[in-house]
Design a protein around this ligand. Structure first.
Ligand code: HEC
Length: 146
Protein backbone atom coordinates (compact mmCIF):
# COMPACT_ATOMS: atom_id res chain seq x y z
CA UNK A 1 0.00 0.00 0.00
CA UNK A 2 2.71 2.40 1.02
CA UNK A 3 4.66 1.49 -2.10
CA UNK A 4 1.62 2.06 -4.31
CA UNK A 5 1.08 5.48 -2.78
CA UNK A 6 4.73 6.38 -3.24
CA UNK A 7 4.69 5.17 -6.83
CA UNK A 8 1.56 7.21 -7.47
CA UNK A 9 3.20 10.33 -6.05
CA UNK A 10 6.32 9.80 -8.17
CA UNK A 11 4.25 9.25 -11.30
CA UNK A 12 2.13 12.29 -10.59
CA UNK A 13 5.13 14.53 -10.08
CA UNK A 14 6.71 13.23 -13.27
CA UNK A 15 3.53 13.95 -15.19
CA UNK A 16 3.48 17.50 -13.82
CA UNK A 17 7.11 17.99 -14.73
CA UNK A 18 6.56 16.69 -18.24
CA UNK A 19 3.86 19.30 -18.65
CA UNK A 20 5.82 22.29 -17.45
CA UNK A 21 9.40 21.47 -18.41
CA UNK A 22 10.27 22.32 -21.98
CA UNK A 23 13.99 21.89 -22.49
CA UNK A 24 15.75 24.57 -24.50
CA UNK A 25 18.48 23.55 -26.91
CA UNK A 26 20.42 26.79 -26.60
CA UNK A 27 22.62 26.20 -29.64
CA UNK A 28 19.64 25.52 -31.90
CA UNK A 29 17.73 28.53 -30.54
CA UNK A 30 20.74 30.78 -31.16
CA UNK A 31 21.13 29.57 -34.75
CA UNK A 32 17.39 29.98 -35.40
CA UNK A 33 17.51 33.51 -33.99
CA UNK A 34 20.56 34.40 -36.05
CA UNK A 35 19.04 33.09 -39.27
CA UNK A 36 15.47 34.35 -38.84
CA UNK A 37 15.30 37.28 -36.45
CA UNK A 38 18.66 38.93 -35.95
CA UNK A 39 18.57 40.84 -39.27
CA UNK A 40 15.86 43.07 -37.82
CA UNK A 41 16.10 42.59 -34.06
CA UNK A 42 19.94 42.64 -33.90
CA UNK A 43 22.09 40.17 -32.00
CA UNK A 44 21.16 41.46 -28.54
CA UNK A 45 17.50 42.21 -29.32
CA UNK A 46 17.99 45.97 -29.15
CA UNK A 47 16.28 46.49 -32.54
CA UNK A 48 16.29 49.68 -34.56
CA UNK A 49 14.75 52.73 -32.87
CA UNK A 50 11.51 53.72 -34.56
CA UNK A 51 11.55 50.68 -36.88
CA UNK A 52 12.00 47.47 -34.90
CA UNK A 53 11.06 47.55 -31.20
CA UNK A 54 13.63 46.55 -28.65
CA UNK A 55 13.04 43.17 -27.04
CA UNK A 56 15.99 43.49 -24.69
CA UNK A 57 14.80 44.21 -21.16
CA UNK A 58 11.19 44.67 -22.32
CA UNK A 59 9.64 41.80 -24.23
CA UNK A 60 8.67 39.83 -21.08
CA UNK A 61 6.31 42.65 -20.07
CA UNK A 62 3.88 41.47 -22.75
CA UNK A 63 3.34 38.34 -20.66
CA UNK A 64 1.85 40.43 -17.87
CA UNK A 65 -1.17 41.68 -19.80
CA UNK A 66 -4.09 39.74 -21.31
CA UNK A 67 -3.39 38.85 -24.93
CA UNK A 68 0.32 39.57 -24.66
CA UNK A 69 1.38 35.96 -24.49
CA UNK A 70 -0.46 35.20 -27.72
CA UNK A 71 0.86 38.37 -29.36
CA UNK A 72 4.48 37.22 -29.09
CA UNK A 73 3.54 34.16 -31.17
CA UNK A 74 1.19 35.97 -33.56
CA UNK A 75 3.44 38.90 -34.42
CA UNK A 76 4.43 38.44 -38.10
CA UNK A 77 8.16 37.96 -37.39
CA UNK A 78 7.25 34.93 -35.25
CA UNK A 79 4.10 33.57 -36.93
CA UNK A 80 5.40 33.79 -40.51
CA UNK A 81 8.90 32.57 -39.79
CA UNK A 82 9.79 29.29 -41.50
CA UNK A 83 10.37 27.72 -38.08
CA UNK A 84 8.41 24.67 -36.96
CA UNK A 85 5.99 25.14 -34.06
CA UNK A 86 8.39 23.34 -31.73
CA UNK A 87 11.37 25.46 -32.83
CA UNK A 88 9.38 28.69 -32.51
CA UNK A 89 8.24 27.72 -29.00
CA UNK A 90 11.85 27.01 -28.06
CA UNK A 91 13.08 30.24 -29.64
CA UNK A 92 10.50 32.38 -27.82
CA UNK A 93 11.39 30.69 -24.53
CA UNK A 94 15.05 31.38 -25.23
CA UNK A 95 14.40 35.04 -26.19
CA UNK A 96 12.41 35.57 -22.99
CA UNK A 97 15.07 33.88 -20.85
CA UNK A 98 18.03 35.72 -22.36
CA UNK A 99 16.57 39.15 -23.10
CA UNK A 100 13.91 39.77 -20.49
CA UNK A 101 14.08 37.08 -17.83
CA UNK A 102 13.43 39.53 -15.02
CA UNK A 103 10.07 40.51 -16.50
CA UNK A 104 8.58 37.04 -16.65
CA UNK A 105 6.02 36.31 -13.95
CA UNK A 106 7.26 33.79 -11.36
CA UNK A 107 4.61 31.34 -12.54
CA UNK A 108 5.60 31.67 -16.21
CA UNK A 109 4.91 28.48 -18.12
CA UNK A 110 7.17 28.06 -21.16
CA UNK A 111 5.58 28.03 -24.59
CA UNK A 112 4.92 24.55 -25.92
CA UNK A 113 4.69 23.24 -29.46
CA UNK A 114 0.92 22.70 -29.06
CA UNK A 115 0.34 26.26 -27.85
CA UNK A 116 2.35 27.76 -30.71
CA UNK A 117 0.55 25.54 -33.21
CA UNK A 118 -2.92 26.74 -32.23
CA UNK A 119 -1.91 30.36 -31.58
CA UNK A 120 0.13 31.22 -34.66
CA UNK A 121 -2.82 30.32 -36.93
CA UNK A 122 -5.02 33.01 -35.39
CA UNK A 123 -3.66 35.93 -37.38
CA UNK A 124 -3.80 39.44 -36.04
CA UNK A 125 -6.15 41.71 -37.97
CA UNK A 126 -4.09 44.79 -37.13
CA UNK A 127 -0.62 44.23 -35.67
CA UNK A 128 0.12 47.88 -34.88
CA UNK A 129 -3.23 48.47 -33.18
CA UNK A 130 -2.98 45.28 -31.12
CA UNK A 131 0.57 46.17 -30.11
CA UNK A 132 -0.43 49.68 -29.08
CA UNK A 133 -3.32 48.40 -26.97
CA UNK A 134 -1.02 45.88 -25.26
CA UNK A 135 1.60 48.56 -24.55
CA UNK A 136 -1.12 50.78 -23.07
CA UNK A 137 -2.21 47.95 -20.77
CA UNK A 138 1.41 47.43 -19.77
CA UNK A 139 1.75 51.12 -18.92
CA UNK A 140 -1.42 50.94 -16.86
CA UNK A 141 -0.03 48.08 -14.78
CA UNK A 142 3.65 49.15 -14.86
CA UNK A 143 3.67 52.96 -15.00
CA UNK A 144 7.48 53.07 -15.13
CA UNK A 145 7.40 51.82 -18.75
CA UNK A 146 7.85 54.50 -21.36
C1 HEC B 1 11.73 42.04 -41.20
C2 HEC B 1 12.08 42.41 -39.85
C3 HEC B 1 11.78 41.42 -38.72
C4 HEC B 1 12.16 40.10 -38.63
C5 HEC B 1 12.98 39.28 -39.62
C6 HEC B 1 11.64 39.63 -37.37
N1 HEC B 1 10.98 40.62 -36.71
FE1 HEC B 1 10.10 40.49 -34.91
N2 HEC B 1 9.39 42.37 -35.09
C7 HEC B 1 9.63 43.21 -36.16
C8 HEC B 1 8.80 44.42 -36.02
C9 HEC B 1 8.76 45.61 -36.97
C10 HEC B 1 8.07 44.24 -34.84
C11 HEC B 1 6.98 45.17 -34.25
C12 HEC B 1 5.61 44.60 -34.55
C13 HEC B 1 5.32 44.59 -36.01
O1 HEC B 1 5.12 45.65 -36.61
O2 HEC B 1 5.36 43.48 -36.59
C14 HEC B 1 8.48 42.96 -34.28
C15 HEC B 1 8.00 42.47 -33.07
C16 HEC B 1 8.36 41.25 -32.54
C17 HEC B 1 7.92 40.75 -31.25
C18 HEC B 1 7.03 41.48 -30.28
C19 HEC B 1 7.84 42.54 -29.53
C20 HEC B 1 7.26 43.91 -29.63
O3 HEC B 1 7.70 44.79 -28.86
O4 HEC B 1 6.35 44.14 -30.46
C21 HEC B 1 8.45 39.51 -31.10
C22 HEC B 1 8.29 38.57 -29.91
C23 HEC B 1 9.20 39.24 -32.28
N3 HEC B 1 9.13 40.32 -33.13
C24 HEC B 1 9.85 38.05 -32.48
C25 HEC B 1 10.52 37.76 -33.66
C26 HEC B 1 11.11 36.49 -33.90
C27 HEC B 1 11.11 35.32 -32.94
C28 HEC B 1 11.69 36.56 -35.13
C29 HEC B 1 12.44 35.49 -35.86
C30 HEC B 1 11.84 34.16 -35.92
C31 HEC B 1 11.41 37.89 -35.66
N4 HEC B 1 10.69 38.58 -34.74
C32 HEC B 1 11.81 38.34 -36.91
C33 HEC B 1 10.47 42.97 -37.20
C34 HEC B 1 11.03 41.73 -37.51
Amino acid sequence: MRFTLLAAIVMLSQATMAQTTVPINVERAKVNYRLNCQGCHLADGSGLPGVVPTMKGLVGNFLKVPGGRDFLVQVPGSAFSPLSDADLAELLNWILATMSDEHKAPDFEPYTEAEVQRTRRRLLADVAKTREALINSQRATSPHLQ
